[in-house]
Write a protein that binds this ligand. Structure first.
Ligand code: NAD
Length: 396
């Protein structure tokens, strides 16, 4: 098949490589010309895709990237994989989805299967995409992406793929396409079910992370290790699933997607109280971490040198979107500390560069990548670990 993918970020490039690997001819369309040039030179910008694989597909003629929307025309399949962030009022910002739909409306003259993989609330495919494309009658399906960056066990191939379509023909066509590079296809009765499943999955994580974050605070006040309690509870073979406490939530999904569900819930008169409370708990974690660091370091960190270890939102990825490390650093600085950060994967962020760990009075581990110099962390006067990796130090 000839496949066009709108958006070449984490999701779009992952699908592009999956489809090229299945022998499809893939063109990745993106508005970022620097990124497009880099991809055409065979340089990947995401952890799960190697330069070698990408360059192989480029030289075999199975993959190319472009900023020219004319490339969308003549495709059998067009996949939309654009950002779905929140606006300044924490409401869904569908402007990228709308602009992708407008490009299809303007440039695509022959019928295609249009699949939306961007995460959004139920009704997006029908009312925000298909309803805006009036020039050609296409087939429409929703297949929300479930990729977990950095996860080496579950990837595009072996993570079951949900498909819901506006018509049975759309479901069938989408099933044929995804079956070429995904092991398990699960058809659901409508695109709204597929869309809702994705945001419910992420809301389930957001709420359970908030629960365990609150539990960690209760445990600490009671003088019990929350992690030991969680490990003990996890010995129950049914009815319990482990979540671990941390400095808050980050990335494009967990801090964002539940607010898409809350938005539609409010529209139908249901207040979505769990989502609201979970957001409050998770957003307050950086302040809790800093309060514990100040207390653990003797009541004041004024004038102390603090190194924050790991600033991306999760281990072994370079993604700093919504990373709680930003709030942790700002709040430590408000306490009068001199704060640097160490993260070899991120290396430069918020106009600052990664610093060595050595020489700090205090180390606060926010995210623990593989291969971090643990001896250098332990050599700091006081260590606070938000990740549960280091035994015998303070932490959550
Ligand atoms: N990153 C994840 O782990 C993940 C997992 C599952 C689902 N999702 C969802 O997938 C969607 C995409 O996320 P992502 O992480 O790939 O985003 P990203 O920011 O990594 O990439 C999006 C890309 O889209 C491009 N873009 C924006 N508007 C465009 C347009 N009109 N035409 C062409 N390109 C355009 C941007 O330049 C960027 O390169 C979001 O809805 C997200 O919630 C992300």
């Amino acid at each position: 098949m000839r496949v066009a993918i709108i958006g070449q970020g984490y999701v779009g490039l992952t699908i592009a490589v999956g489809a090229a690997g299945a022998g499809h001819t893939v063109v990745g369309f993106d508005v970022n010309d620097g990124l497009v040039a880099q991809l055409n030179a065979g340089k990947s910008h995401i952890e799960g895709i190697s330069d070698k694989d990408l360059a192989g597909f480029v030289s075999a003629g199975l993959y190319s990237a472009s900023t020219d929307a004319h490339v969308l025309d003549g495709s059998d399949v067009i996949v939309i994989a654009v950002p779905t962030p929140l606006d300044d009022h924490r409401n869904p910002d569908l402007s990228f989805v709308h602009s992708a739909s407008e490009l299809i409306n303007q440039y695509v003259k022959s019928p295609a299967l249009i699949v939306n993989e961007s995460t959004s609330y139920p009704g997006t495919l029908r009312t925000e995409i298909a309803a805006r494309i009036t020039t050609v009658e296409h087939l429409y399906a929703s297949s929300p992406e479930r990729v977990d960056p950095g996860n080496t066990q579950w990837g595009t191939k072996n993570t079951p793929r949900l498909i819901g379509g506006l018509t049975p023909a759309a479901v069938a066509r989408a099933g044929e396409f995804y079956a070429t590079f995904c092991d398990i296809i699960i058809e659901v009765s409508s695109p709204e079910v597929a869309e809702a499943a994705k945001i419910f999955e992420n809301t389930f994580r957001q709420v359970n992370i908030a629960l365990v974050n609150e539990f960690a605070q209760i445990s600490d006040a009671l003088g019990i290790s929350s992690r030991e309690v969680i490990d003990a509870a996890a010995t129950k073979p049914y009815g319990f699933m482990s979540f671990t406490p941390g400095p808050g939530v980050g990335g494009h999904c967990i801090p964002v997607d539940p607010s898409y569900l809350a938005h539609v819930a409010n529209q139908v008169g249901i207040p979505a109280t769990f989502i609201k409370r979970a957001n409050e708990v998770n957003l307050a974690m950086p302040a809790y971490v800093v309060k514990r660091v100040v207390a653990g370091a003797g009541g004041s960190i004024k004038g102390k040198k603090v190194v924050v270890v790991g600033v991306s939102y999760k281990a072994n990825v370079a993604d700093t979107r919504e990373a709680p490390a930003a709030a942790v650093i700002d709040l430590l600085r408000e306490q009068g500390a001199t704060v640097v950060w160490h993260d070899d994967l991120v290396s430069s962020w918020r106009t600052e560069s990664s610093s060595p760990i050595t020489g700090a009075d205090i180390a606060v581990i926010v995210t623990m990548h593989d291969g971090v110099d643990v001896a250098a962390i332990k050599a700091c006067g006081y260590v606070f670990d938000c990740t549960g990796h280091l035994a015998g130090v303070d932490g959550i």
